[in-house]
Design a protein around this ligand. Structure first.
Ligand code: FRU
Length: 464
């Protein structure tokens, strides 16, 4: 059975119609999560971008609103961020109401110029006014973009990239209108691809009364699964200077996690990304819409071998438990007595003497996507080679792997499956792989397996 691109994911945001890429302007405000996004409603490929807009109270069910910031012939609205200027530092609020302020990259299609412009809203993001003195930051560059604004004491800090230089530039402002250069970071870590969509956030360390600063940088090439992906640096801020304290690491080892940034004013660090890869984003099966967001993910840091590693916990629907078992030995394939196209599987599995253990999802009719663990090589993998439709791009039918320490006891695998995606959180969120898949509507089987020995499923829960 072939994939049906008109079927929409249940728990992942897709635009009503047309093309979508990066999330923009993520902010929690007045009880709503705002998701703006790079959008071209009349096309299934990238072009003159506007900011689409959706709101949600639970990060799972979204209401799409009209376009927030619209492209013109001479100015396309590229990625950026939104902050709530609660103290009205910009003076753009009315009657003492602090506005929502968007900083975005104005991309001029003919010259290629990229400048930072500002728009504001005083009606909970429903309507926006463009600042009369735009742009607010122009250095005469054609590769200067994706401003992410954060609070800095009583003022503001902005991080954005000089994408060709592979640097993150920091600017400071007291009022969001006037910006002064403060620091520069990079090139560092992965520099094969141009840099995009930076973010700087303070992340708590698990079980310690400590935080560290994490710098997120999206890179268009050179990610572990091929093509675009995201690296992160852990460090500290020394005034406006970011000082890394360890080497760069990859945020996600799958192929489809890009341009993720954090929600401003979320009580704890919370990010969401675009679930695609610039290698084939314009080729994936599509009928009415193309592009999906990942689930939102809470971030923490976990001490591991003297370093701090990023841990991700997805925001999931609390669906009914449709299957649960404890202490079941597995040898070969154990088909589960439930079928689901959209589900969450959490399994604590002790590999025992098995060479490889894991789960099959979206199985049926010659298709399946496999999540596996291999104790001897300390590797976790996500194999979409036979996941369904894969022929639209040469590199799509692939297996993606990441190092994961598999100790003497059970490993927790959390696998979130939707209409066209599989997100794997292994080792309790320590290693993450996100992949698009395009199975048929009848591919809804689930199984646990152990190869070359006997594994013990200590606990398995399927929610659907
Ligand atoms: C990242 C990106 C950004 C840019 C936007 C344009 O995917 O290339 O750097 O602002 O998309 O749509």
């Amino acid at each position: 059975m072939t994939h049906d691109p008109s079927l929409r994911p249940r728990d992942h945001f897709t635009p009503r119609r047309g093309w979508m890429n990066d999330p923009n302007g993520l902010v929690v405000h007045d009880g709503e999560h705002h998701l703006f996004f790079q959008h071209l409603p009349d096309s299934l490929v990238h072009g003159p971008m506007s900011w689409g807009h959706a709101v949600s109270t639970d990060l799972l069910d979204w209401t799409e609103l009209p376009i927030a910031l619209a492209a013109t012939d001479t100015e396309h609205v590229w990625s950026g961020s939104v902050v709530h200027d609660a103290r009205n530092t910009s003076g753009l609020g009315v009657d003492g109401v602090g506005p929502l302020v968007a900083l975005w990259t104005a991309h001029e299609p003919v010259s290629g110029a990229q400048r930072q412009s500002l728009s504001w809203s005083v009606d909970r993001g429903r309507t926006w006014t463009s600042y009369a003195a735009n742009p607010v930051l122009d250095i005469g560059s054609t590769a200067f973009r994706d401003p992410k604004v954060l609070r800095d004491g009583d003022g503001w800090l902005m991080v954005l990239v000089l994408s060709d230089e592979r640097t993150v530039e920091t600017y400071r402002s007291a009022d969001l209108l006037h910006w002064e250069h403060a620091s520069s970071f990079g090139p560092a870590g992965s520099v094969e691809g141009i840099w995009e969509c930076p973010d700087l956030l303070r992340v708590p360390v698990e079980d310690r009364d400590e935080t560290a600063v994490v710098l997120l940088v999206s890179v268009q090439e050179g990610a572990p699964a091929g093509g675009s992906g995201m690296q992160y640096f852990v460090g500290q801020l020394d005034g406006p200077h970011f000082r890394p304290t360890q080497d760069a690491r990859w945020v996600d080892h799958g192929a489809d996690f890009y341009a993720a940034v954090s929600y401003s004013d979320a009580p704890e660090p919370l990010v969401q990304g675009w679930m695609s890869n610039w290698r084939y984003a314009d080729l994936v099966p599509a009928a009415t819409h193309r592009g999906s967001m990942t689930l939102a993910r809470h971030l923490a840091l976990r001490p591991r071998d003297g370093e701090l590693v990023l841990v991700q916990r997805p925001v999931v629907r609390d669906s009914p438990v449709v299957h649960e078992v404890r202490d079941v030995p597995v040898q070969g394939i154990l088909v589960l007595p439930v079928r689901a196209r959209t589900c969450r599987v959490v399994v604590d599995i002790d590999p025992g003497d098995a060479r490889r253990v894991g789960v099959h999802v979206r199985a049926g009719d010659g298709h399946r996507t496999t999540v596996w663990l291999e104790p001897a090589s300390s590797t976790v993998g996500l194999d979409r080679r036979t996941s369904g439709e894969t022929g639209f791009h040469d590199g799509f039918a692939a297996e993606h792997t990441a190092p994961l320490t598999v100790g003497d006891h059970a490993v927790r695998l959390e696998v979130v499956v939707d209409e066209s995606s599989v997100e794997v959180f292994a080792g309790d969120g320590e290693v993450v792989l996100t992949d698009l898949v395009f199975p048929g509507p009848g591919d809804d089987g689930l199984a646990v397996f152990a190869e070359g020995g006997t594994a013990l499923v200590q606990h398995l829960v399927v929610q659907a």
